[in-house]
Write a new protein. Structure first.
Length: 252
């Protein structure tokens, strides 16, 4: 299966590292003009990407005014956005705390980046996609959208479950306008700073047990996630919407 996104305008949030970087590079290498968004200015530099088709913008997706202004500027510059990939998120370095001791500031911060930021990005592109009569929205969620998160962070589990609900709701709402909304739920992959720390904190035995619990007996790669996203963004998936696609080697 090969993909051609020539002439398409793609926006990826959380594009500096991990899944976001692989997704960004994958679209750009297949012809798309790809806008890479992240708040990490050090990692998000044009020179760090291999394709000249990638345009970088430093923005915090929890800053709704800044995010909305940036999407409006992209549309003025490039035209309607064809594909939005909402990848920004994470547990923000938080770990397990008993529910009675959870700090409300931590709760709000995790929900803000994982749920509210995604909603703000979709809100910003919806009108343009409606006018164009087409669009693809792909949300990167997590296995924590199906069960309790290995992070132990209640807000992270809550946000990812909510994203699954938002994905299905917006698939229904936006479908009549030719817009599909789907999600990709990765399994555990130590590819972002937070998950790398989590993985490093496990003993060799725990790591081995996790891998043994994956039917394919290996961890996935960021490219596995990028491949799934490209499929859902492609013409091949034109009749696929409201779906949550686990990419986890069969580990549920």
């Amino acid at each position: 299966m090969s993909f051609d996104f020539s002439g398409r305008i793609v926006v990826v949030t959380g594009a500096a590292v991990g899944y976001g970087r692989a997704i960004t590079e994958s679209f750009a290498s297949r012809g798309a003009t790809t806008y890479a968004l992240d708040k990490d200015a050090e990692r998000l530099t044009p020179e760090s990407f291999s394709s000249g088709r990638i345009v970088t913008h430093v923005v915090d997706i929890t800053d709704r005014d800044a995010l909305g202004g940036l999407f409006a500027a992209i549309e003025r510059e490039a035209g309607p956005i064809d594909v939005l990939v909402n990848n920004a998120g994470g547990a923000l370095g938080r770990g397990f705390v008993p529910v009675e001791d959870v700090d409300f500031g931590d709760w709000d911060a995790v929900l803000d980046v994982n749920l509210n930021g995604t909603f703000a990005a979709i809100r910003a592109v919806a009108a343009g996609m409606k006018r164009a009569g087409r669009g693809r929205i792909v949300n990167i969620t997590s296995g924590a959208g199906f069960r309790a998160s290995r992070t132990g962070v209640q807000a992270y589990t809550t946000a990812k479950h909510a994203l699954h609900g938002l994905t299905r709701h917006l698939a229904s709402e936006l479908g009549p306008f030719g817009i599909t909304v789907n999600a990709v739920a990765p399994g555990i992959q130590p590819i972002s700073p937070g998950v790398e720390r989590q993985w490093a904190g496990y003993s060799d035995e725990v790591r081995a047990n996790i891998i043994a619990g994956i039917p394919l007996r290996s961890l996935g790669t960021p490219q596995d996630i990028a491949n799934a996203v490209m499929f859902l963004a492609s013409d091949m998936a034109g009749y696929v919407t409201g779906q949550i696609l686990p990419v986890n080697g069969g580990a549920f």
